[in-house]
Design a protein around this ligand. Structure first.
Ligand code: SF4
Ligand code: SF4
Length: 185
């Protein structure tokens, strides 16, 4: 599908801000699309990680920030592990979120915030903790509760919080990100 950039919205601003926030130069992208082919969520959204990069390279402006995948990205880093140029799309997505991507309707931003909160606290994601807080925040206690025993039985999520992570280092990353964000606004 051809990528279209609105001429009136074009500009270097966002690509520069992504670089300032994430330290990533997306101009290194070769458009091999290995990231998109491995991305677990791009099939459910109207855009893909490689398309976001291409749009940044082409000078997309504010219109780019409406892309749903910026919020749907689960920061799984599959794209990063496949990328021959070591472009960390999860960090690019974080930078775009920080840059002010349009928050979608629904509860994705809440889930994103809660998962990041567990990383900040434990050094790794604690899915069950984020789920409990999500259900409290959305008053959806009963929804999908019947699936929980099967999820636990299959070991898909852990009952106890993760341990063993370098919490100090993770905290430092969050603090540095916050400082960079303040500088760029
Ligand atoms: S895998 Fe890397 S180089 Fe290939 S399209 Fe994705 S970001 Fe670009
Ligand atoms: S980090 Fe985001 S963009 Fe990359 S593969 Fe995972 S969900 Fe897709």
């Amino acid at each position: 599908m051809p990528i279209k950039i609105k001429r009136e919205a074009a500009g270097q601003g966002i690509i520069d801000q992504v670089k300032a926030l994430s330290g990533i130069d997306v101009n290194a992208c070769l458009q091999c699309k290995k990231c998109t082919n491995g991305c677990p969520v791009s099939g459910f959204t109207s855009s893909s990680p490689s398309e976001i990069i291409k749009k940044l390279q082409l000078g997309a402006g504010e219109e780019l920030l409406d892309s749903e995948i910026i919020w749907v990205c689960s920061s799984c880093a599959t794209c990063f592990s496949r990328c021959p140029m070591e472009i960390n799309m999860a960090e690019v997505m974080d930078a775009l979120r920080a840059r002010g991507a349009a928050k979608p309707q629904g509860n994705m931003p809440l889930m994103n915030k809660l998962l990041l909160g567990t990383i900040k606290t434990f050094g790794r994601t604690y899915d069950l903790g984020a789920m409990v807080l999500y259900k409290a925040g959305t008053a959806s206690y009963a929804k999908d509760l019947d699936k929980l025993p099967m999820i636990l039985k299959k070991g898909k999520i852990a009952l106890l919080p993760p341990h063993g992570a370098d919490k100090k280092m993770v905290k430092r990353i969050f603090n540095n990100l916050e400082k960079t964000r303040k500088k760029s606004t």
